[in-house]
Design a protein around this ligand. Sequence first.
Ligand SMILES: Nc1ncnc2c1ncn2[C@@H]1O[C@H](COP(=O)(O)OP(=O)(O)OP(=O)(O)O)[C@@H](O)[C@H]1O
Length: 374
Amino acid sequence: MTATQAPEAAVRSADEAVFSVRNLWKVFGPKADRVPGGEHAALPPAELREATGCTAAVRDVSFDVRKGEVFVVMGLSGSGKSTLVRCLTRLIEPTSGTLAIDGEDVLAMDRSRLRELRRHRAAMVFQHFGLLPHRTVVDNVAYGLEIQGLSKSERRAKAAELVAKVGLAGMEDRRPSQLSGGQQQRVGLARALAVDPSVLLFDEPFSALDPLIRREMQDEVVRLHREEGRTMVFITHDLSEALRLGTRIALMRDGGIVQLGTPEEIVGSPADDYVREFVRDVPREQVLTVATAMRPALAGESERGPAVRPDATVAEAIEAVSRSGDPAARVMDAGRLVGVVDRACLLDVVAGTAEPAVTAPAPDAPDGPREVTA
Ligand SMILES: Nc1ncnc2c1ncn2[C@@H]1O[C@H](COP(=O)(O)OP(=O)(O)OP(=O)(O)O)[C@@H](O)[C@H]1O
């Protein structure tokens, strides 16, 4: 498919999707464009390299990034995360496939439209903050506004507001070298927010930070997301970070997406042995919800036991049951009894012996990654 053809599927789902990606490939190496759809397309990485000298960094990937979600791209080193996310704004040119932002074909954009895309619509936050060393905090944040053509006073006022939003009030006049790593990353975040992008792209932004600061920055992202509902694409190789931040997680391996789902779907219903191994050590009771563990209420059970919401975690239900001394908790949704979790249901989740009733949302991409079904 050529770059100028309208991505039909992408346009169709544009109402709710910020990015729509279909059958995207990025192949590095000689005659790379012959690999997608060619006789060697399905070969494992080492054999593909042997046969063609090429690496398929992104391999036939399809997904939508929905408006307002934190879409996490997770995978081990070399699985293709950075290449995939750089393809979204064509910092890396895809080899084939279709790609749209808000329904507009990204592959058909000319240079000035692409510049506009990267500056205003999809702002990137990198691991190495890329701050200008001789500018103050507030001027670094205002920089993004300068290229937008706002007046100086407008820029400074907006930048100061954003500096406060990311928790750096009082540090406006410092230079980057006078800040800790976490503080510098906050400046990077404020600068990305300054252009009010439709989507923020994070490339492992916190992996150089020490664990405490990293946790603080994750909380910051959760807070910003909750307050603003901004769409985010977040690359990480850290599973706990993915589970904390992700509305949905795309788990990559060898350039492909092996599973795309909510944290609960990934942990509760791994698509294959690779994913199962990946999530093996996750404390399931902290990710799985009561809705997946409950059973129908028996006669007489509607009166007794603490009430929990369907989206409470199993860990929270365990605490409620254990505090109350009752044999089970009632799962209440808007005042209605929808089920019961007894001690056996709860223990099954902890032990990994439960068959979770995780239901998948309607799949984005018919030919895309496998979504979890009940
Ligand atoms: N410019 C390039 N030329 C050739 N191969 C490349 C190039 N860039 C990336 N690759 C290969 O593509 C694959 C995916 O790389 P990518 O950097 O996207 O992975 P990643 O998951 O982001 O890894 P990391 O977590 O280490 O950053 C790797 O096998 C890598 O060696």
